[in-house]
Design a protein around this ligand. Structure first.
Ligand SMILES: [Fe+2]
Length: 383
């Protein structure tokens, strides 16, 4: 656009004090309005009227002057006439829309006012992005209503933008937290090599049982994720206990029984993983209420945790451990059946046995075992 000498704008600004009838929803950043009209009487009338509503108002006699003011003005709204010497109001509108695009949508809105009303001008104004269109003479009540509606729309847009920004920040924070969790999982693997495959297998078994029981895909995904994280709390268990090749002492059991709480506490602050906290905390609870850490029983144990518990025991019994080799499939099934109604919810035992019959459980676990097998006499409670 060719730069022109700016005509000194006629400016009438308020002293910033709220006046009677002021639009209270206007914020500090949405208080400034620019009026553009070549008729001094219209500029004065609109300036006085809008100032009484509590706005800071500046005015310009033509589009070129307006564009100069827009460089520093910080206006949220431009009210412009259409027919003016030099650039028309519609051309000014297009210039403002280009500025707004450069500002990622943060420019002023535009209301078109014209003394030569007609459908063509109205359609063209709206097509170019005007917020609204008024034909002279217009009602001040209608203008007040339109400005209030515009402020409300801008407030909603601002809140939506703030919410989006907050979500982006939370996702970034969550991603950092998930990276920290992955680092902790690796640290657990380093402490206890058995845990690496165990957590992944428990996730797989739990997901299969959940799907077989008709749980939706979100729960199936949760079961898998909870399984792959369920022993993350073992980061707080001494290596000597985790890898002890003989039975644990009572105090060592007290230490290892803290790991569901430690695990849940690690995961709790991460919103993306908050749904797996409870299954992780409750994966050692028992149907008869004799488990740990909270000794809850029956349906007080969340269902996903009940499924996780049977998957955990199934893999722990079948896999080689530091203190014994994996048990035969038949022995594992006998132990699980013996725990029906005691350690495990009966319907979940039935679901697991169904899957065993279908070859869905033990065949994928073979890699967790060595060739050497042992007798039941070496069995003690898995952890
Ligand atoms: Fe565990």
């Amino acid at each position: 656009m060719t730069a022109r000498t700016m005509t000194t704008p006629t400016t009438t600004a308020t002293d910033g004090k709220a006046q009677q009838g002021a639009i209270q929803i206007a914020t500090a950043t949405e208080r400034r309005i620019l009026v553009v009209d070549d008729e001094p009487a219209i500029r004065t009338m609109l300036t006085v009227f809008l100032s009484r509503l509590g706005f800071d108002v500046e005015s310009a006699p033509d589009a070129e002057s307006a564009l100069e003011l827009l460089k520093v003005g910080g206006y949220f709204l431009v009210i412009t006439d259409v027919g003016m010497p030099g650039l028309s109001g519609l051309e000014l509108l297009s210039e403002i829309q280009a500025i707004t695009t450069q500002m990622n949508g943060h420019g002023p809105d535009v209301i078109i006012v014209t003394g030569r009303p007609g459908e063509k001008v109205a359609v063209e104004a709206l097509r170019r992005g005007a917020y609204d269109y008024f034909a002279k003479p217009f009602s001040f009540d209608a203008m007040t209503f339109t400005v209030k509606r515009l402020l409300e729309r801008r407030r909603l847009n601002r809140e939506a933008q703030e919410y989006h920004t907050l979500m982006v920040r939370m996702e970034a924070a969550d991603e950092h937290a998930k990276q920290a969790v992955r680092a902790l999982v690796e640290a657990v693997y380093a402490k206890d090599s058995y845990t690496r495959g165990h957590m992944e297998r428990v996730g797989m078994i739990a997901a299969k049982v959940g799907r077989h029981m008709g749980r939706d895909e979100r729960d199936v995904e949760l079961l898998y994720r909870a399984g792959t994280l369920h022993d993350i709390g073992k980061i707080g268990t001494p290596d000597a206990i985790l890898n002890k090749p003989s039975s644990l002492t009572p105090s060592e059991w007290d230490s290892i029984r803290l790991h569901p709480i430690v695990g849940a506490n690690i995961l709790a602050p991460i919103s993306a993983l908050s749904d797996v906290c409870t299954p992780v905390r409750c994966h050692h609870e028992r149907w008869d209420g004799t488990g740990y850490p909270d000794k809850i029983g029956g349906e007080d144990i969340p269902e996903l945790a009940r499924i996780l518990a049977i998957a955990d025991v199934c893999d722990a019994l079948y896999s080689d451990r530091a203190y014994r080799l994996g048990l035969p499939e038949t022995t594992v099934r006998e132990i699980i059946v013996a725990g029906k109604g005691a350690h495990f919810e009966p319907v979940i035992v039935d679901a697991l046995l169904d899957l065993c019959e279908q070859g869905e459980i033990f065949a994928p676990l073979v890699s967790a075992r060595s060739d050497r097998r042992v007798g039941d006499d070496e069995l003690h409670e898995p952890c």
